[in-house]
Design a protein around this ligand. Structure first.
Ligand code: ATP
Ligand code: MG
Length: 364
């Protein structure tokens, strides 16, 4: 039976619309060829340009569309010269994260054979791990509200049982799915600084409690400093990593670096009910409107969306399409002749996206 799923689409600012358009085209084609699912798209205006025009960065109607949708696709929002009156950046993506309690920031890091990486990798190695960054508390808890006097500044590190338990359950479930689908060995590494901070000892205790429920999976611990070293020395050893907000912020940029840049780094912000899928990069105003943007990070984020919805709704065809879409992008990258400028090529956004369509549908 065909089920229809609605996707809220935030095209956002800068290169946002340029990378969203070909992504929605691909999803539309996948959905119309599928027999088990069909996709509809609801446009949700938001972002810096919208704020400049209307005085609203995230209109109620767009928030309502996000809540009502089965999943949310977001390209990028924010522009350097458009700010709220208090001088802070326009970032409705953070408002969405808070309003929808999207506690798990999911950043897959993959380097397939043939893909450029700054690492000097043994030829038989590939990198394929997922970093999960807690996204609602940790060291970002007092973000923008830290106490600063003339002589002292203070911020709070908050770890709660409620969010940590959800986070670790999510991490072990993901490791299990990866193991079942042959993508990973079924290992979860808790990244912390439990040797120094009591808050991280508490974090680790809850991790261990969740680990005890999964005798079929391996649970591992690592200090964040050692993790940074190992991500460079032996990144192929990781499967699923789970960590606090600030550590995750830093390590996920290191992960994007391993992948050869922001143009190929997808991400998802996932909660119990809702999820936002968006590339790791920002709105790249420096290259907007010139056809230079790499659409792959956005397309790979859409593949993550199909994975997530496919698992959530037990829709096998949707999961398979997520996998096919990822493989199509990886294939184009490995082939190496149709790449955008950031990857060393000269293809436009449209041409790079068309190469993915060819790999998927066998056009021409
Ligand atoms: P934000 O604060 O929103 O994360 P940022 O200041 O980190 O933004 P980005 O917008 O991510 O900056 O851009 C950083 C650099 O990477 C810019 O030079 C930009 O042109 C480049 N870049 C980002 N995304 C892409 C892309 N999809 N394709 C090509 N280049 C990109
Ligand atoms: Mg950035």
């Amino acid at each position: 039976m065909t089920k229809t799923f609605d996707i809220a689409v935030f095209q956002g600012d800068g290169i946002g619309p340029e990378i969203m358009e070909p992504t929605v085209d691909i999803l539309t084609r996948l959905g119309s060829a599928a027999t088990q699912y069909n996709l509809t798209f609801t446009n949700a205006p938001a972002g810096a340009a919208h704020y400049a025009k209307t005085g609203e960065s995230l209109p109620d109607a767009s928030m309502a569309a996000a809540r009502a949708a089965d999943a949310i696709l977001l390209s990028a929002m924010g522009l350097p010269d458009v700010r709220y009156e208090d001088g802070t950046e326009i970032s409705p993506q953070i408002d969405l994260r808070k309003a929808l309690t999207l506690f798990a920031g999911v950043r897959p890091v993959t380097v397939k054979k043939g893909q450029k990486t700054p690492l000097n990798m043994p030829a038989d190695r590939e990198i394929d791990f997922v970093l999960i960054r807690e996204s609602t508390e940790g060291l970002f808890h007092t973000q923008g509200r830290g106490e600063v006097t003339k002589d002292e500044a203070r911020e709070t590190l908050l770890i709660t049982r409620d969010i940590s338990e959800k986070l670790f359950r999510f991490a072990f479930d993901l490791a299990k799915t990866r193991k079942d689908t042959g993508r990973g060995p079924g290992k979860v590494t808790c990244v912390d600084k439990a040797n120094v901070f009591r808050a991280f000892a508490f974090f680790r205790e809850m991790f261990d409690a969740e680990a005890a429920k999964h005798p079929d999976l391996t649970a591992d611990h690592a200090y964040v400093d050692a993790t940074a070293l190992w991500m460079v020395q032996k990144p192929w050893d990781f499967d699923v990593m789970v960590t606090e907000n600030m550590f995750g912020d830093i390590l996920s940029d290191l992960g994007a670096g391993l992948m050869g840049g922001l143009g190929v780094a997808p991400s998802a912000d996932i909660g119990l009910e809702h999820a936002v899928f968006q590339p790791c990069h920002g709105s790249a105003p420096d290259i907007a409107g010139q056809g230079l943007a790499n659409p792959f990070a956005m397309i790979l984020s859409a593949a993550m969306m199909l994975d997530w919805m496919g698992i959530k709704h037990d829709n096998v065809e949707m999961r398979q399409d997520g996998e096919r879409l990822r493989e199509a992008v990886e294939g184009v990258i490995a082939q190496g002749d149709i790449l955008t400028r950031d990857l060393g090529g000269s293809a436009t956004t449209q041409v790079a996206a068309a190469a993915v369509q060819r790999a998927l549908f066998g056009d021409e």
